[in-house]
Design a binder for this molecule. Structure first.
Ligand SMILES: Cc1ncc(COP(=O)(O)O)c(C=O)c1O
Length: 410
């Protein structure tokens, strides 16, 4: 059997071109392949299907918007009313007062927009005669997308391999080690911004803890360094709060989001800016900031976002996650306690966990064994399996998921 003409991302095409895993539909926490087999979705697609698959309300809102005005420009003074409404709703949810919302087409766009926004902000605010700060600090294990800025910022070394000279000054702070992080910031001198995921996702689901993150945030404030929370995964309910920054009290200068903003029904992301950052851009005489994306405030995507947020509010999904996450964590830990192939179940606030395999090279066989037991998951950096189900996952589905992991990995 040969696969389609699709060139897959993050794939060994010599293998994948012979056999693709073809999905045809989804409903709630389940997806079906082209042979009709059903799978529990352990990953919410790629950490995005927060309200679950097949939500008719979102599809209908997108169809209605598509027929009315699918898209227009958002450059200059133009905006489609639906996108303006979504910006207001997102600003009201943002973990900072009086936020402004710069829409993008996804998480990598949000990261690169933020890199440029930080660089422009340091130019606009540098004291007379001072050289604007340029260095950006990131945590080890970090994933900040795959555009040029995000690749330069990669804390997963393999994601930078073979792509030198990316034209961004970057330093790496050891994840979870506050003393080291602060020492490196001081050693580097004037750092423009620290980018940090409240929970490191693709780098293996690693939660550095409240003390580390709050300490890092404080160190930034004391050094005039912007604190940028990359909430592409942790935004919109995943941690049991609307944003991880809100859960931890981080009060970031910028928040990056995507995924859960539309639950993946349309590709869309956003940079949420605090007044400290947006004010110099909005000031009289600041002029045009020459940045933007054709599909940044796409109307069909915005309609998906509004319908998605309505579901999250109506079904109280952040609260649902806060209530049921302990069951997800304990069910996995108990089910996998005696499984020799598993060395650890890492957990983080909310519907976030990683099953660490003793042999990192066993990830692909493990993914296939899980598929045979009706679970769709994927490998993360360092040889772990991702557990980040849709936020609508119920208690029965959680215990079912944990026992399928145990049966497959045994
Ligand atoms: C923390 C984080 N930032 C940025 C991105 C990039 O998002 P996208 O794949 O939508 O470009 C991701 C994707 O998983 C992510 O996890």
């Amino acid at each position: 059997m040969t696969g389609s003409a699709l060139w897959h991302g993050f794939a060994d095409m010599s293998v994948v071109s012979r056999a693709e895993f073809v999905l045809t539909r989804g409903e709630g926490c389940r997806v079906w392949d082209d042979t009709g087999r059903e799978y529990l979705d352990a990953t919410a697609g790629l950490w995005f299907a927060n309200v679950g698959h097949g939500r008719r309300e979102i599809a209908d809102a997108m169809a209605e918007q598509g027929a009315r005005l699918a898209a227009y420009s958002s450059f200059g003074d133009i905006v489609v009313n639906t996108a303006a409404r979504l910006a207001d709703e997102v600003a009201a949810l943002a973990p900072m007062p009086d936020a402004r919302v710069f829409f993008t087409s996804g998480g990598s766009d949000s990261v690169d927009t933020a890199v440029k926004m930080v660089r422009r902000w340091t130019q606009l605010t540098a004291p007379d005669g001072a050289t604007p700060r340029t260095t950006i600090a990131v945590l080890t294990h970090a994933y900040h997308g795959m555009h040029q800025g995000g690749t330069a910022l990669a804390g997963i070394p393999a994601n930078r391999d073979g792509v030198p000279d990316l034209d961004t000054d970057v330093i790496h702070l050891t994840h979870g080690d506050l003393e080291d992080a602060v020492a490196r910031l001081d050693e580097a001198g004037e750092v423009a911004a620290v980018f940090a995921e409240p929970v490191t996702g693709a780098g293996g689901v690693r939660f550095a803890g409240e003390e580390f993150l709050l300490g890092l945030r404080k160190a930034c404030a004391e050094r005039g360094t912007l604190f940028v929370a990359d909430e592409v995964i942790t935004g919109f309910g995943r941690t049991g709060a609307w944003f991880g920054s809100e859960l931890l009290g981080l009060e970031p200068d910028l928040v990056l989001c995507a995924k859960g903003l539309t639950s993946g029904y349309a590709p869309m992301g956003a940079v949420l800016a605090s007044e400290r950052v947006w004010a110099p851009f909005y000031a009289e005489g600041a002029g045009v900031w020459r940045h933007g994306y054709t599909y940044g405030a796409h109307a069909v995507a915005a309609a998906a976002g509004l319908a998605n947020l309505a579901i999250m509010r109506d079904e109280r999904l952040p609260e649902h996650v806060a209530e049921h996450a302990p069951l997800l964590h304990s069910s996995l830990a108990e089910a996998l306690a005696d499984v020799a192939a598993v060395t650890d179940v890492r957990t983080a606030p909310g519907y976030l966990a990683a099953v660490q395999l003793a042999d990192p090279a066993a990830v692909e066989p493990a993914v296939h064994a899980l598929r045979a037991h009706g679970v769709s998951t994927r490998g993360l950096a360092g040889g772990a399996l991702q557990v980040s189900p849709p936020l609508v996952m119920t208690t029965d589905e959680i215990t079912d998921l944990a026992s399928r992991f145990a049966a497959a990995l045994a």
